[in-house]
Design a protein around this ligand. Structure first.
Ligand SMILES: [Zn+2]
Length: 286
């Protein structure tokens, strides 16, 4: 699933490509991916057939801004509505690519360029919402802080940890209500960088370990954005290209391989923790 670095990459690329563009029309091939926030006023027919509503509101609207919160992309329009996109497992936003059988939605712009929403497994969605309701949506989702923002400090991290003393650190990192945007790949990498066993209970972490985890969160996510994310699975950027972070992965997907930490002779193990594949070096992660 695309995590913070992948979604941030897509957001940055959308900022470079679609801002200011006017939507000439939309093509909706799979209406089941459409959602309408309950705050949107619409007739019963429009709510039963969201494609009608999307067509009405999006046609002739301009793309005003694109933002990210957690793993959500918010495409803000000039008419006080936004489209919130969740890519879930295999969703992609693709710019100027030829549609294929997995293309479910197309924004066609007046300059003849287009933005596609493709999704092989169809868990992703596009949600129509009024701009004034976006804050409420975030509140309802109960997202934790954005880890790369300056206001996410060590002190704030310690306060959040203090409420989850009995949780295991990796499971904690994956919960969007604790910190927003971290998924399975980066949670594994963060624990490795901090030299902490992913199964460690939070209450037993030292101050030094807590600080190492905090720094690892910031460093790994920032580095992954720099390299435009990780394409171990379906993730592609808006130009259909893979991210470049795979060569930087130290544990994720490396079970039975030699630990890459200098001087460590350990072998990476894969276990199941909270139902997710968990990769770590039993020798240098304690
Ligand atoms: Zn090791």
């Amino acid at each position: 699933m695309p995590e913070l670095p992948e979604v941030e990459t897509i957001k940055n690329e959308l900022l470079e490509t679609v801002i200011g563009k006017e939507i000439a029309s939309v093509k909706i091939r799979l209406p089941k991916i459409l959602k309408v926030d309950e705050s949107v006023e619409a007739s019963k027919n429009e709510l039963d057939n969201p494609a009608i509503l999307f067509t009405k509101i999006l046609t002739n609207a301009k793309i005003k801004n694109v933002r990210r919160r957690a793993k959500l992309i918010i495409i803000e329009l000039s008419n006080n509505y936004s489209i919130v996109v969740h890519l879930k497992l295999t969703g992609r936003l693709l710019y100027n690519i030829i549609p294929d059988p997995h293309t479910h939605f197309i924004f066609e712009f007046k300059d003849s360029s287009r933005l596609l929403f493709n999704d092989l497994r169809q868990f992703g969605y596009l949600k129509l919402i009024k701009n004034e309701q976006i804050k409420n949506l975030f509140l309802k989702e109960n997202f934790g802080p954005e880890p790369l923002e300056n206001d996410f400090t060590l002190e704030m991290f310690k306060n959040i940890l203090a409420k989850k003393k009995r949780s295991r650190i990796k499971i904690f990192l994956l919960d969007q209500k604790n910190i927003a945007g971290i998924g399975n790949i980066y949670a594994n990498e963060i624990c490795f960088k901090a030299k902490v066993d992913p199964a460690r209970v939070i209450g037993a972490l030292s101050d030094q370990e807590t600080e190492k985890i905090f720094l690892a969160i910031k460093e790994i996510l920032a580095l992954a954005i720099k390299y435009k994310g990780t394409s171990t699975d379906a993730y592609r950027n808006i130009f259909g290209q893979k991210g470049n972070f795979v060569p930087f992965l130290k544990v994720y997907g490396r079970q039975k391989k030699k630990c890459l930490r200098k001087g460590c002779e350990g072998v990476i193990e894969r276990i199941n923790l909270g139902n997710r594949g968990t990769f770590f070096c039993p020798k240098c992660q304690r």
